[in-house]
Design a binder for this molecule. Structure first.
Ligand code: ZN
Length: 225
């Protein structure tokens, strides 16, 4: 009899054990997370988002690093290393501020390039070819707010607008030539512009500095003659 009871109990234990095991197996998927990891969305900080929004605005021409008080052109490779929290942008050229020496020339030309921003490297190349000094570019684009109009295919000639006047700077046989838009003066002194250019005499040795002097102070020079 005892043996019979023992057998029954043993059988019952085995059944319970088996059920318990299978129940555990059935519960497994809901207890343990799925084996395939679900890709997480990349976490974007507020500062990162702010940087992206600023960079998306073409009117923001300059980058400012709040940590060291240094300004950059918007395309400067060194500005890419600025942490998001210290990254700021601005529209106007930061006069009298410390500029990154790597992008300073590009930053000045950037101010005079408006809608032709995509061609900035061609303009930088052309002004380098003209032998433009930093102070020439500053006078032309920052002080006198000149705007570029066009550039020739080979980057040998650039057309620039300075206030009312349009000028064509051209490098030919290693020398710089300056052409000025045609105009006539009415008896009252008002100038009437018409198509075409005439050769402009440049005082001095014909450097880019001399050319900038003529373009920026043309009205003063004209009044003296
Ligand atoms: Zn820079």
């Amino acid at each position: 009899m005892k043996r019979f009871i023992d057998n029954v109990l043993e059988k019952a234990r085995r059944i319970l054990k088996k059920e318990g095991h299978s129940r555990k197996e059935a519960e497994t998927p809901s207890v343990v997370p799925a084996a395939t990891p679900v890709p997480e969305k990349p976490f974007v900080t507020q500062a990162q988002r702010r940087r992206e929004l600023m960079m998306a605005k073409p009117s923001f021409l300059y980058i400012y690093d709040t940590a060291n008080d240094v300004y950059h052109d918007r395309e400067c490779k060194f500005a890419q290393a600025i942490p998001d929290e210290e990254f700021r942008m601005l529209e106007g050229f930061p006069k009298g501020k410390q500029f990154c020496s790597s992008c300073y020339r590009k930053a000045m030309i950037r101010k005079g390039i408006a809608s032709q921003s995509h061609r900035i490297n061609s303009y930088v190349h052309a002004f380098n070819g003209f032998g433009a000094k930093n102070e020439d570019l500053y006078k032309l684009f920052i002080t006198h707010k000149a705007q570029v109009v066009s550039i020739s295919k080979g980057e040998q000639a650039v057309c620039v607008q300075v206030k009312d006047d349009r000028w064509r700077i051209q490098k030919q046989d290693g020398k710089l030539l300056l052409h000025h838009n045609n105009y006539r003066v009415r008896p009252g002194g008002e100038r009437i512009f018409y198509d075409g250019f005439h050769r402009q005499k440049v005082e001095g040795s014909g450097t880019f500095t001399d050319i900038v002097r003529v373009m920026c102070y043309h009205e003063v020079l004209g009044a003296r003659k």
